[in-house]
Design a protein. Structure first.
Length: 255
C-alpha cells in the first residue's frame, strides 16, 4: 500500500473541524451530461475506453504520464466562488456531501500538494502528494488561497467511476448572462441550456436533487460575466467548449 494513500475517516474529521461540508467537481456542460447519463463521475480514461463523449483537455497526455488518467478529482472548494471568476474546468458543478468519504465507494484517497498541471518529471510523488494528514491539516486553509485550490482529492482504485448517489447534494450551473444565436434566433444562453439540462436530469432520475443557477438575477464582486462576454466576442471556440450541450462538430452553426 502506498504511503500516499490516506485514511478517509481521518480526513472527514479534519474537514468537519475546518467547517468544510461539501466536495466539488466542475466540468463542461457536454462532459457533465455524459456523467449524468451514466449517473456517475467518470475518469477521462473510462470515458475514452467506453466511447463516450467528453471535451478535449490539454492535460490528458500529462495525466497519462503521471498515472492519474484513470483517476477522479474532487475539490475542497467551489473554485468559481473562491476566486470570483469563471472556473476553467467548466460551468457545471457537482456538489457532494463529505459523507461521501464514509461511503463504501472510497477505500483510500490521495491529496495533492499542488495542481497536477504543475507537476514536473524531475519531481517525485513526495512533491505531489501529502504522505500524512497531519501535514495537510497544518497547511490547508492557512491563508494561501492559491495553495489551497491546488490541494484536491484524487480517487484511485475505483475503476474510473464514482456513482453520484447517494452523496450528490446539488447541481450548480453558471449563468453566463449572454444572448446567443441558436437556430436563427436570439436566445438567453442560461435558459437555452437549462431546458436541455432539465430534460437530462429528469431522464436520469435526478429530479429530487437541488438545482441552482449561479448569478440568477445579478452579480456582485465576480468577474465571470465579463470573462464570458469576452469569450463571446473574441474566443467563441472556448465558449462553445464550456457551454455546448452536444459535441461541437455536430452543431457548427449554433451559438
Amino acid at each position: 500500500m502506498s504511503e500516499f494513500n490516506l485514511n478517509t475517516s481521518e480526513l472527514y474529521d479534519i474537514l468537519v473541524k475546518k467547517g468544510i461540508t461539501n466536495l466539488f467537481h466542475a466540468n463542461t456542460v457536454s462532459t457533465s451530461i455524459t456523467f449524468l447519463n451514466n449517473k456517475s463521475l467518470l475518469s477521462r480514461k473510462f470515458v475514452t475506453d467506453n466511447n463516450l463523449f467528453q471535451t478535449d483537455q490539454y492535460s490528458d497526455e500529462k495525466d497519462k504520464k503521471f498515472d492519474i488518467y484513470d483517476d477522479i478529482f474532487l475539490d475542497f472548494v467551489d473554485i468559481h466562488e473562491e476566486w470570483k471568476k469563471y472556473n476553467f474546468y467548466g460551468p457545471f458543478l457537482f456538489v457532494f456531501s463529505i459523507e461521501l468519504l464514509k461511503s463504501n465507494e472510497i477505500k483510500t484517497l490521495r491529496i495533492t500538494k499542488k495542481n497536477p498541471v504543475h507537476w514536473r518529471e524531475t519531481e517525485t510523488e513526495s512533491d505531489w502528494y501529502y504522505s500524512n494528514l497531519k501535514d495537510f491539516d497544518k497547511n490547508y486553509k492557512k491563508g494561501n488561497k492559491l495553495k489551497d485550490v491546488g490541494s484536491m482529492i484524487i480517487l484511485k482504485d475505483i475503476d474510473g467511476k464514482l456513482p453520484l448517489r447517494p452523496n450528490i447534494k446539488k447541481f450548480l450551473f453558471d449563468n453566463p448572462n449572454l444572448f446567443v444565436n441558436y437556430k436563427d434566433e436570439k436566445n438567453y444562453l442560461a435558459n437555452l441550456i437549462g431546458v436541455e439540462l432539465k430534460k437530462i436530469v429528469k431522464k436520469n432520475g435526478f429530479e429530487d436533487i437541488k438545482r441552482d443557477l449561479r448569478h440568477k438575477s445579478g452579480i456582485a464582486r465576480c468577474a465571470c460575466w465579463f470573462q464570458y462576454n469576452v469569450m463571446l466576442l473574441r474566443d467563441i471556440k472556448k465558449l462553445k467548449k464550456l457551454f455546448h450541450q452536444k459535441p461541437i462538430e455536430k452543431e457548427k452553426k449554433d451559438i
